[in-house]
Design a protein around this ligand. Structure first.
Ligand code: OGA
Ligand code: NI
Length: 343
């Protein structure tokens, strides 16, 4: 089982603040011992829905290039970034405080800025009518040369890595290995790359200030790459009082992978999509999330291997695009709010 370790820091006034650090299972995608990978992943999915993935096929050099390009974007003046403000298709720049992930516990939106890049579909393609498909918003090449190429390449490579992880998930759920490879699943996925920048604000949970408020992700899985600044925390039991939050330390070259709410629905809550948040500690922090969701029309319904007479489905079936649209609407500011700033 994943172990827990604790370390403490003195607060200076005699009080002793415990910092819990999570010890997550690590799946090596290059391992030939598939049974071991399945068993490690299954244990992680039952326990906390978070694990590391290493040897995922994306080199550290390329990862560094993606982080460098991300920094170059966020360093642009706000006026330049606002020209690339996200559109109705959730593509483009999301300013500081734009997203509010945990309205019950946050006083403002998240202390982060971001940039969404989805699956690129030309505007004249009939597929572009789907709510999460369409052309991306790109910075011009004179401002950020090579930027689009880097991001498109990363988008592709991350999808390949996600498909490999999904095969192990399928086996862990007693499904055929290619269950998630079908066209309505990850054959034609909604996959969104999101660059994130936390500006160095100090979070304070007791007054509702967070880098990113507590939330669970919406889709199948998320592949998260971070720099080496600690910030991500998970809460294994959202109903515990008080809630216990554990840091997930970054491991160089590894993805932190977490399960999303659609997989929780598919698996009838056997696999967990765990609450997580980001605390700022005063240091700037960059992370890159890759959200993986199935096709627009995919019906997310209880898997045959996850239900029985004693354990009937807990959720009604739902179409992926409808579910996602609602989740975005619930967590992002209304675009009309920015109208004055854009004109
Ligand atoms: C997210 C998220 C964590 C991070 O974007 O959904 O949980 O470390 N990000 O930025
Ligand atoms: Ni998240």
């Amino acid at each position: 089982m994943p172990k827990q370790s604790s370390s403490g820091t003195s607060t200076g006034n005699g009080a002793f603040e415990v910092t819990k650090v999570s010890n997550l299972n690590c799946i090596d995608l290059s391992s030939s011992d598939i049974q071991r990978s399945v068993s490690l992943l299954k244990q992680a999915c039952l326990d906390c829905g978070f694990f590391y993935v290493i040897n995922h096929g994306i080199s550290e050099e390329f990862m560094e290039e993606v982080f460098d390009q991300s920094k170059r974007f966020f360093t642009l003046p706000l006026s330049e970034k606002m020209k690339l403000l996200r559109n109705e298709k959730h593509r483009g720049y999301t300013p500081l405080l734009d997203e509010l992930l945990d309205p019950n516990n946050q006083v403002h939106g998240d202390y982060k800025e971001g940039y969404y890049i989805g699956v690129e579909v030309p505007v004249d393609d009939p597929e572009a009518e789907k709510p999460f498909y369409g052309p991306n918003v790109w910075p011009t090449t004179d401002i950020l040369p090579g930027w689009r190429d880097t991001m498109e390449k990363y988008h592709q490579k991350a999808l390949e890595a996600a498909r490999s992880v999904a095969r192990i998930i399928a086996l862990a759920l007693d499904l055929e290995i290619d269950f998630f490879d079908k066209p309505e699943m990850l054959g034609q996925p909604i996959a969104t790359l999101r660059l994130l920048h936390y500006g160095g604000d100090i979070s304070n949970p007791s007054v509702g200030i967070f880098g990113a408020g507590a939330h669970s992700d919406y889709g199948l899985i998320t592949l998260l790459a971070t720099d080496n600044v600690l910030g991500l925390q998970i809460c294994k039991d959202k109903d515990a009082k008080p809630q216990v939050w554990e840091y997930v330390p970054p491991i160089k070259g590894a993805f932190i992978v977490n399960l999303g709410d659609m997989l929780e629905r598919w698996s009838n809550c056997i696999f967990k999509s765990t609450l997580h948040r980001v605390l700022g500690n005063g240091q700037e922090r960059y992370s890159i999330a890759y959200f993986v969701e199935p096709s627009h029309d995919c019906l997310v319904e209880c898997l045959p291997t996850c239900k029985s007479e004693e354990n009937p489905p807990k959720f009604p079936p739902i179409k992926c695009a409808a579910y996602l649209s609602q989740r975005y609407k619930d967590t992002h500011a209304d675009l009309k709010l920015y109208k004055a700033e854009r004109t």
